[in-house]
Design a protein around this ligand. Structure first.
Ligand code: FAD
Ligand code: DHB
Length: 393
């Protein structure tokens, strides 16, 4: 069976869904092919911090209703070490910019609702997606659904299928340069049905390892612990997780961590990954398909949003004005921000995690850096402007 659209999108994560939405607003047709079910995609627990620029884009494009109602605006974060907390007043030192807590789950649900309400085509649970003809003017996506074969003909393909997707692999060998760094630690993340023990995010540096207290709502907390990258989740019964979190986040003034039922837990490796360029022929990569950042900077989702913002602008210029210029600049325009964010995420990761092979030297440098950030206006401002996100230009 043959279908036709303007932009064929692989993946219904934040990148693919937002791209489809932005194109729709300008009258450009797209079809999304997603390997998983709608339920699976909507329930995947991932990121939670939205930059101001991400929130502005979502609100400006009609996706702000629930976000404005349920999202939590944060004007600061805490860096905690040596038993003391130090507030970084994000908004005060960035001219009023802030971050929002609104789970990736919620962003994805809002996007799916908006696409389906506008009769947008999202085909869930498709198998064997294969891009072809990306060097020609008429690429296609072949796939199977319910045992039947389909071919989707399009003008362009957007590879929004995450780190493990097929689109990057379909670019001929030798075209892409890959940068890959694997960090010697992972994160054990939990979602817990307990009121947060803090109003603002806490990034804690401790000799037993990094810990992070985040949240989702007044009733739901999200917390992370540094663990070995190949750690087995079965080694972490709930009691051990709470005990370790309490130790790593303890303060001299008796702050205490509220505990409660853990409703989700998982381990994520930490890596930095970039491919250059983010495009070949008529195939454009966006989001995790093109790059991964270590989670410490809370940037993965925000970077994906920036990519698709640029990609949508480029497609719109092509369809409206017949201009190739933005499409040709797409990769360069994205990669500047990708590397800025790689640097920031790597800086946060190196500063806050314990290294098992540290002979003491790295630890002393980390403390010196933390002290500097918490005592120097210039240093804290640098962290803050990156954390709230540089403007989309
Ligand atoms: P994805 O969200 O990965 O979406 C890609 C979609 O493509 C998926 O729905 C997938 O099912 C689909 N797909 C894949 N292959 C195919 C195929 N062959 N055919 C059809 N569909 C396909 N960021 C943070 O900022 N903070 C965090 O705490 C955080 N935690 C994370 C935890 C995990 C386990 C992971 C994997 C990522 C995490 N991230 C986090 C990063 C953030 O979630 C991503 O940057 C964001 O999801 C990127 O969106 P995306 O749409 O580009 O990719
Ligand atoms: C969250 C995730 C992050 O990676 C981070 O740096 C801060 C918060 C979160 O899931 O809430």
């Amino acid at each position: 069976m043959n279908e036709k659209t303007q932009v064929g999108i692989i993946g219904a994560g934040p990148s693919g869904l937002l791209l489809s939405h932005l194109l729709h607003l300008k009258g450009i047709d797209s079809v999304i092919l997603e390997a998983r079910s709608r339920k699976y995609v909507e329930e995947r627990v991932r990121a939670g911090v939205l930059e101001q620029g991400t929130v502005d884009l979502l609100c400006d494009t009609g996706l702000g209703d629930r976000l404005r109602r349920e999202g939590l605006v944060h004007h600061g974060i805490e860096l905690r070490f040596d038993g003391r907390g130090h507030r970084i007043a994000l908004s005060d030192i960035t001219g009023g910019r802030s971050i929002w807590i609104y789970g990736q789950r919620e962003v994805v649900k809002d996007l799916i609702d908006a696409r389906l309400e506008a009769q947008g085509a999202i085909h869930f649970e498709v198998d064997g997606v294969i891009p072809s003809g990306i060097d020609s003017d008429s690429p296609a996506l072949n796939y199977q659904k319910d045992g039947r074969e389909y071919e989707l003909n399009c003008d362009f393909i957007a590879g929004c299928d995450g780190f493990h997707g097929v689109s990057r692999e379909s670019i001929p060998a030798g075209v892409l340069r890959t940068y890959h760094h694997v960090y010697p630690f992972g994160w054990l993340g939990i979602l817990a049905a307990v009121a947060p023990s803090t109003e603002e995010l806490i990034y804690a540096y401790h000799e037993r390892g990094f810990a992070l207290h985040s949240l989702r709502s007044p009733e739901i907390s999200r917390l992370y612990l540094q663990v070995e990258p190949d750690e087995d989740i079965n080694n972490w019964p709930d009691d051990r997780i709470w005990e370790e979190l309490s130790i790593r986040m303890a303060t001299d003034d008796g702050w205490s961590l509220k505990t409660g039922p853990i409703i989700e837990k998982g381990i994520t490796p930490m890596r930095s990954f970039v491919v250059e360029p983010m495009q070949h022929g008529r195939l454009f990569l966006a989001g995790d398909a093109a790059h991964i950042v270590p989670a410490t900077g809370a940037k993965g989702l925000n970077l994906a949003v920036h990519d698709v913002h640029k990609l949508a602008e480029a497609f719109i210029a092509w369809y409206r004005e017949g201009s190739n210029e933005l499409l040709e600049q797409y990769s360069t325009n994205c990669l500047d921000r990708v590397w800025r964010v790689q640097d920031f995420s790597s800086f946060m990761s190196l500063m806050l995690h314990r290294y098992s092979d540290d002979d003491g030297f790295r630890g002393r440098l980390q403390r010196a850096q933390l002290e500097y950030i918490c005592s120097s206006k210039a240093a804290s401002r640098s962290l803050a402007e990156n954390y709230v996100g540089l403007p989309h230009i």
